[in-house]
Design a protein around this ligand. Structure first.
Ligand code: NDP
Length: 283
């Protein structure tokens, strides 16, 4: 990498940040495109986000991706908010204008639909209900994206039902909270998406029982470490098509890269293969 005085800079901000794959993706694209740019990772102490963003006003960086725990603060720090960031209640992209302004966007929903398009060709979000496990920030973005894409019904299954009810209330009639044990929860579902951060340790809940889902349903897990999660393995055992979380990560990064560096990433760059090798997963 040859950094110059004209190098265009962007980065990702979060806490913790050391495991972020975003620098791998963006720098691989920059290299493949031959652009004079660099993408860095910033680990920020809690409470420092607003000051960090205000310090960047005016274009020191072209923009930043924002990850946990700052996505809600990112929305509040912006002067302009896209409709989809507003609907998701969070921003994962901030772009710094030369006039000192900050514009917020949320590309997670676009990433989610990109992952479906890549790994479940022909899937249509408007073809039936979405069953969504979780009711946190990622779930909210998923609800917004699926509703925008014409999904007729979203069923929220969350450990804390009250949180699912709060989320449903934000979106109106097409979204409702169900008990995680509701025997009809998966009936007629077109998509089953895991947006829970339950993890994979000894205390993690077992994967759902997919026997009530139609075999035409597509299952997607936002977790991508490991790539084949217990959720996806259980879905595959039921005969469902599966979509992993890595393509969502790539899909949310594509519009962010375009916003930061002024052109889409080169399609030929095999960033998925590069990340899979890094994670020790066979491409
Ligand atoms: P939040 O902290 O906002 O929400 C976490 C959700 O997980 C809540 O619904 C919570 O339920 C549930 N949960 C946590 N622990 C458990 C448990 N032990 N048993 C059952 N449910 C549990 O996180 P986010 O919504 O921001 O992120 C969710 C996941 O999605 C993360 O793993 C994140 O890494 C991933 N993600 C992946 C992306 C990608 O590009 N692939 C993009 C964005 C997120 P409760 O309400 O009961 O606490």
């Amino acid at each position: 990498m040859n950094l110059t005085a004209a190098t265009r800079l962007a980065g990702v901000v979060g806490n913790p940040i050391s495991h972020s794959l975003s620098p791998i993706l963006h720098n691989a694209w920059l290299e493949a495109a031959g652009l004079d740019g660099a993408y860095l990772a910033f680990g920020l102490a809690p409470g420092r986000f607003r000051a960090f963003v205000d310090g960047l006003r005016g274009g020191t960086l072209a923009g930043i991706n924002v990850t946990l725990p700052f996505k809600t603060e990112a929305l509040a720090a912006a002067d302009r908010v896209s409709a989809r960031a507003h609907a998701a209640g969070a921003a994962n992209v901030l772009v710094f204008g030369p006039d000192g302004s900050v514009s917020a966007d949320n590309t997670d929903g676009e990433g989610l639909l990109y992952a479906f398009a890549r790994q479940a060709p022909g899937f249509r979000p408007d073809s039936g209900p979405l069953v969504l496990y979780g009711a946190g920030g990622a779930a909210r973005g998923a609800v917004a994206a699926f509703l925008e894409a014409g999904c007729p019904e979203v069923r929220l299954l969350n450990r804390t039902r009250a949180r699912a009810e709060d989320l449903a209330a934000r979106f109106g009639d097409r979204v409702r909270a169900l008990n995680t044990t509701d025997p009809d929860a998966l009936s007629g579902a077109a998509a089953l998406v895991n947006a829970s951060s339950a993890g994979l340790g000894p205390d993690a809940p077992p994967p759902p029982d997919f026997s009530g889902a139609p075999t035409t349903a597509v299952a997607m897990d936002m977790t991508y470490r490991p790539l084949r999660t217990p959720f996806l393995k259980a879905a595959a055992a039921r005969g469902l098509r599966t979509v992993d979380g890595l393509d969502m990560l790539i899909g949310q990064a594509i519009p962010a890269f375009t916003a930061f560096f002024g052109q889409p990433p080169p399609a030929a760059a095999d960033v998925r293969g590069r990340v899979l090798r890094l994670l020790g997963e066979a491409p």
